[in-house]
Structures are given as C-alpha cells and as structure tokens.
Ligand binder design. Structure first.
Ligand code: S3P
Length: 167
C-alpha cells in the first residue's frame, strides 16, 4: 500500500515521464509531471521560460512546486535538474520514496540528441559534466532502477520494489 509520493528522478532521457504515466495507471495514483505543471502554471514552454526569465526563475518554480506538495500518494516525474537545486533532494527523501532511473551517460545522450527542445543541452561534453555532477546527488535515492531496460521491464522492476519495500 503506497501512502506517500513516489518521486522519479534522473537525467533527461532516463524515461521518467513515461514510467510515471505507467505507474500512475497501474497503481491508480494521481500523476504529476513537474515540467508540464510548471509550463501550465507559467503559460510558457520550458525553453521559452529559460530564454525569457532565465534558469533561476524556473528553478524557483520547481522549488515552489515541491514545497507545495502534501504527503498524499502521487507519482511525480521530476525534471532532470530538480533534485540538484535548492537542496530539493533532501526534501524529496523526506516527503516520499525516491527512485533513480539510472543509465550510462552515453546511452542517455544518444536518446536525447533528437527529440523535444531542452535548454541545457548543447553537446556531449557539457552533458557529461552535468551528469557527473548530478549523479552524486541522484545516488542518494532510496532505490535505483536500470533505465536501459525496456519500458515494460522498468515498470515491472518498480512495481516489484514498491510492493516488496513499501514505504
Ligand atoms: C532539465 C531537464 C528537463 C527540464 C528542463 C531542465 C535539466 O526535464 O526540467 O529542461 O536541468 O536536466 P527532463 O529531465 O524531463 O527532460
């Protein structure tokens, strides 16, 4: 029985949003995608927000959103940088169950090289540097799941760990 939020964290391309949708459906728990929620609140895409108001504005919105969450069960897909700003990793660990979707940096970079517009994505060197810095924070998660697996395998692994290690 899940009685608190489940936070999915990891780099861009690790599959947080897809897994969050699948978990929400399987467990019948409401879904929150922090990027989508902030875009809705502000009325701009993330790329527009970064260029109009700067990254600090977006990070403040992430902080407000996490602070406003109750401990009601929810599946939360966190933007890639969220746990690494304003000490939000500690907040996530205190408020819920944190699952890190972990994959080698090259696999992640290949996945995101095409696809939606991501403001912090310039080239592999920058991405690699960001990964190294963030991985130390992500490793504090309660659980890690191998994000190289198929969506179905990642979902099954999460359901398994949540059922054998309930909050
Ligand atoms: C970011 C990741 C993005 C989004 C924003 C910044 C980051 O979310 O929050 O572009 O700092 O890694 P995804 O991880 O869902 O792509």
């Amino acid at each position: 029985m899940i009685n608190k939020p489940i936070f999915l964290i990891g780099m861009m391309g690790s599959g947080k949003s897809s897994l969050a949708k699948a978990l929400s459906r399987e467990l019948s728990i409401p879904l929150l995608d922090t990027d989508l929620e902030i875009e809705k609140q502000v009325g701009l895409t993330i790329a527009q927000m970064f260029s109009k108001h700067g990254e600090a504005f977006f990070r403040a919105k992430e902080q407000e959103l996490i602070n406003s969450l109750t401990t009601e069960p929810k599946i939360v897909a966190c933007g890639g940088g969220l746990p690494c700003h304003h000490e939000l990793m500690q907040k996530l660990l205190d408020k819920g169950i944190v699952v890190y979707l972990e994959a080698p940096v090259k696999v992640l970079f290949e996945r995101i090289s095409t696809g939606k517009e991501r403001p912090l994505l310039s080239g592999f060197d920058d991405f690699n540097w960001l990964f190294a810095e963030r991985n130390a924070v992500y490793q504090q998660a309660h659980y890690s799941v191998d994000a190289r697996w198929t969506e179905q395998q990642v979902l099954s692994a999460c359901l398994e760990l949540l059922s054998t290690n309930p909050s």
